[in-house]
Design a binder for this molecule. Structure first.
Ligand SMILES: Nc1nc2c(ncn2[C@@H]2O[C@H](COP(=O)(O)OP(=O)(O)OP(=O)(O)O)[C@@H](O)[C@H]2O)c(=O)[nH]1
Length: 311
């Protein structure tokens, strides 16, 4: 993993376990929410809209007995074929070849073509757990068993765990089932290490989340956030000051107008809320500029993809 910090001096594992756990599933199935609740921190960004997670995000949870390094993959894309979606699908396959356990997420009562497409990607030689998500939403509890049986017949799952991330139900059972699958090893990350994503990435995720929340259904399908500049300075009183310049890329002029809003109100709100979140996350004063750029066909532009982390 990039940017990992190995703890110096820790020699013997002494029964401690540490390994990688991938979380996969179709868009909107609850991957980010599950990881956030498992690690107890809001790192990955969630929203009611599908496809918020364009990046693989690593969350780390350390208990007395084990360290779980979670790998959150982007939603598997079947709807459109372009360079962005191809890169996302490749990312899923590469992630799965390289982990100690896979959590395959399926929403309670909902198993469709998009889920089947992800099922086809599951590795045969790694333990895969079937995790049924959002069980709090299930109206008829007795419908769960036949639903599970139908999916369990299609793959050799190591275990099946129904959960509700929002209610915190069965998350301890899930962790206990995964723990023995991790190899004995010293921890890879310091105990307080939550994510190995850098500040630039987190800044982009915050702006992206505010766009999703503010625009709702008006959100353009092809939209991304690029951090063009990220400068760290020190203020006179010794506090850090971050100067962040974020560009929102959209496909067409009309989308730019929607995003900016009447008298620039929407964009202003997005920028203010983003800055407030960034100041909390970085524990620093933040100067933030957000602007919108029209760039047709960006989803097919490999330069942008590279900046988004798809290399
Ligand atoms: N009721 C209920 N809703 C949930 C639960 N887990 C997730 N959700 C909701 O489902 C929606 C999608 O959740 P996400 O965690 O963003 O899903 P995702 O799989 O990461 O989505 P992508 O980033 O699009 O791949 C959000 O509105 C969540 O609040 C749950 O346990 N119960």
């Amino acid at each position: 993993m990039a940017d990992s910090e190995v703890i110096a001096g820790a020699q013997s594992a002494d029964g401690f376990r540490c390994g990688f756990v991938a979380i996969v599933g179709r868009p909107n199935v609850g991957k980010s929410t599950l990881m956030n609740h498992l690690i107890g921190q809001k790192i990955s960004i969630t929203s009611r809209k599908a496809q918020t997670t364009r990046h693989r995000i690593t969350g780390v949870y350390t208990s007395d007995e084990a360290q779980f390094v979670f790998v959150d993959t982007p939603g598997f894309q079947t709807r459109y074929k372009n360079a962005l979606n191809d890169a996302m699908n490749r990312n899923v396959t590469t992630t799965l070849a390289d982990v100690d356990a896979v959590l395959f997420l399926v929403e309670a009562g909902q198993f469709g073509a998009a889920d089947e497409a992800v099922l086809k990607l599951l590795p045969k030689h790694r333990p895969v757990l079937l995790v049924i998500t959002k069980i709090d939403q299930l109206a008829q509890k007795d419908a769960l068993l036949p639903f599970i049986e139908k999916i369990a017949g299609q793959f050799d799952f190591h275990a099946i765990v129904p959960v509700s991330a929002l209610r915190g139900q069965q998350l301890d059972v899930l962790m206990k089932t995964v723990q023995p699958l991790l190899p004995e090893s010293v921890p890879m990350y310091p105990e307080d290490h939550i994510t190995d994503r850098n500040s630039r990435f987190l800044a982009a995720e915050i702006v992206r989340e505010k766009l999703f929340r503010t625009l709702g259904d008006e959100l353009p399908y092809a939209m991304t956030v690029e951090i063009e500049k990220f400068d760290e300075e020190t203020m006179r009183d010794g506090r850090p000051l971050y100067r962040i310049y974020a560009a929102v890329l959209v496909d067409r002029d009309g989308q730019k107008a929607i995003l900016i809003g009447k008298n620039g109100e929407k964009l202003k709100r997005i920028a203010t809320e983003s800055r407030q979140d960034m100041e909390k996350l970085f524990d620093a004063k933040v100067y933030l500029e957000v602007w919108v750029k029209v760039k047709s066909g960006w989803a097919d532009d490999t330069r942008v993809l590279r900046q988004q982390g798809f290399e």
